[in-house]
Design a protein around this ligand. Sequence first.
Ligand code: NAD
Length: 361
Amino acid sequence: MSNRRTFIKKAGLLTAISVLPACNLISTNKKKKLGVALVGLGYYSRDLLAPALQLTEHCELKGIVTGSPEKIPVWRQKYGIDEKNVYNYENMHQISNNDDIDIVYIVLPNALHKKYTIIGANAGKHVWCEKPMAMNVLECQQMIEACAKNKVQLTIGYRMQHEPVTQQIIKWRNSKPYGSIKSLYTEAGFYSNPNDLTNWRLHKELGGGAMFDMGVYALNAARYVTGMEPISVSARQYSDRKSIFIADETTTFDLQFPEGISASCKTTFGANINTLKVDCEKGWYQLSPMQSYTGVQGTTSDGKILSPFKGNQQAKQMDDNSLAIMRKTKPLVPGEEGMKDIKVVEAIFKSAANNSQRITL
Ligand code: NAD
């Protein structure tokens, strides 16, 4: 058993501890957290994930992969990262020889998710990949296949599915306290006025545009609230500020689900919107905000209040995902779940390009 990851995978952590001599137990205990390498050190890694990795119980920040040499001393000093755990995009595959790293977390522009997921999987590391999973269904399939072939987990960074208030309303799709769902409305977006027109978020070929960036929150919510897959979609995309937003500034889409359930959804870079409202036979419930990093909270037609989660969303997400690796259980949001959204996103783009024609899924 040459490295810790293989060891954990083959024997299970508990078995490993029980067969080790006492002198090894101390070092095993020290290593009880899985090592995470962040791939891409932009906004989300810097401001949310790295701080959250200081709070996690089951994983810790051990490595970085970056194309910006000037970031290396800052990150190494701030987080005590060993020199041997620092990689760039050209030598990232060499992470296969590094037992400190169990997981690579892909936090890059969307168009790069496939490439670096496959490099991570082929290096024998579990992969966490940010949303949206990839540019199209074919890329998603290739990512899933690479992870399956290498017997590593693939998990998509849909943090809301780990968030306790959201999890409460996900449960209501089965317990139906307000009767069956009739329709829902969900919207996710923010006002953006970027100075840097080269930013990848503005360019469709890099995975930019409101639908890819924020629309997947609305789409994923419609799917997790109902627990169903949509059967058709009609969509419209437009930009009011065409000189800035070459990719969609705004996308509206209308999903039809089985049992006559309809979902009206919106995403935009032109306004701060952040709501989910579910209308049922005997009442309603809503979350507002529905996808912020903190403060997600709910109200219902009979006056119930769903109070915000007090913990750190990203820390909970990464701990949930680490436990799935340690216990060899299915992660909450596997690659297949990310791919289901991308299948609908492809249909949304197709409908919008064809005069909002309704597309059967
Ligand atoms: P960002 O632009 O701030 O960072 C992207 C990083 O990728 C930068 O460090 C940049 O240097 C690097 N990079 C490498 N190759 C690049 C290339 N060819 N072009 C541009 N950048 C390149 O972006 P971000 O906000 O950190 O988003 C990264 C990912 O995280 C995206 O997939 C995004 O959807 C996701 N994200 C998720 C959440 C969430 O709440 N789950 C929030 C924000 C971002």
